[in-house]
Design a protein around this ligand. Structure first.
Ligand SMILES: [Zn+2]
Length: 310
């Protein structure tokens, strides 16, 4: 959601009015109501769907004098209490989520259901955060902790950790991947959502394929790609016969590995792959693709723990 808000504030969301401005040929009308041009103020405030969402969450803003939605949100972020900010951002994000569902999957819903899901999603995320901090403490006291810990590669080598994670609210898989050097320094991270993938093994193997394709486009040549999906690693390394459903992405992985002799794919435990999991769990709108040149706040701690000597 943070990334969504960032794009919103920078006026970067690809609403149709903006795409047309950039020369993309497509209908300019709002996909939700088909009655007006789809620009930011319309899709998030004037559209009948947006209005029913705001009504459902009990927020009512007079937008008649507002000419820039990003400016309006920036002011709100500065002026409003935390609770109201979370409510505003969740509502905007939910409206955008369903606008994308309509465009990409022709799915519609009511404002009440959309907002019910969005706020449930935020609650789950908050609960998971509380649970995670509890389980991390437990891991520290675990004597096996070091066995389950990520290890940096040898000097001159690099590691990419990759993971696929299911988003119950969005009904999609997200992929997270992080490239680090022998000092454990974060070089770059990527996250993306997958369309039409409901199978975990398929998502994991696409994740590894995306990671290898990413490595291919970069200059680092000695790279170990780590996945916590044993079946995926075994299938790529020829130790497991794979099912046809994932066959295509596994074949592509094997193809990439042939082109890059100093790159390998290895299986590691889930506990040692937390950095990629953390990036995959980052709330992400449908069809999103993010590049991180520095770690998002919640990954900094994981990156530091990964290279600590506890
Ligand atoms: Zn509309």
């Amino acid at each position: 959601m943070r990334i969504f808000v960032w794009h919103f504030c920078r006026n970067n969301l690809p609403v149709r009015y903006k795409l047309r401005d950039k020369g993309v040929i497509l209908p300019i009308t709002c996909p939700m109501c088909n009655t007006d041009v789809e620009h930011l103020l319309h899709v998030f405030f004037d559209c009948c769907f947006a209005q029913s969402c705001w009504q459902h969450v009990g927020l009512n803003y007079d937008m008649s004098e507002v000419y820039s939605a990003p400016e309006w949100l920036l002011n709100k972020l500065q002026e409003s209490a935390q609770d109201e900010i979370l409510k505003i951002c969740t509502t905007l994000h939910g409206i955008w989520f369903w606008r994308n569902k309509k465009i990409w999957g022709n799915k519609t819903t009511t404002g009440a259901i959309a907002m019910g899901n969005s706020f449930l999603h935020v609650k789950e995320w908050k609960d998971a955060k509380i649970n995670n901090s509890g389980s991390e403490k437990q891991q520290h006291s675990d004597t096996n902790y070091n066995l389950q810990k990520w290890t940096p590669p040898e000097v001159g080598m690099y590691k990419v950790n990759v993971d696929a994670s299911w988003f119950p609210g969005a009904e999609t898989f997200s992929i997270g991947m992080v490239l680090r050097d022998s000092a454990g320094c974060f070089i770059e991270g990527r996250s993306l959502t997958l369309q039409d993938t409901e199978d975990v093994l398929e998502a994991e193997s696409i994740g590894v394929r995306e990671a290898l394709s990413w490595v291919m486009s970069r200059t680092e040549r000695k790279v170990i790609v780590e996945t916590d999906s044993k079946s995926t690693a075994d299938a790529i390394n020829g130790q497991l016969e794979y099912v046809t459903k994932v066959g295509h992405s596994i074949d592509q992985c094997i193809h990439f590995l042939r082109l890059m002799p100093d790159v390998s794919v290895k299986h590691i435990r889930k506990q040692a792959n937390r950095v990629a999991h953390g990036l995959a769990r980052l709330p992400c709108m449908i069809n999103c693709f993010n590049v991180f040149t520095f770690p998002p706040t919640h990954l900094v701690e994981i990156c530091m723990l990964d290279v600590s000597f506890e």
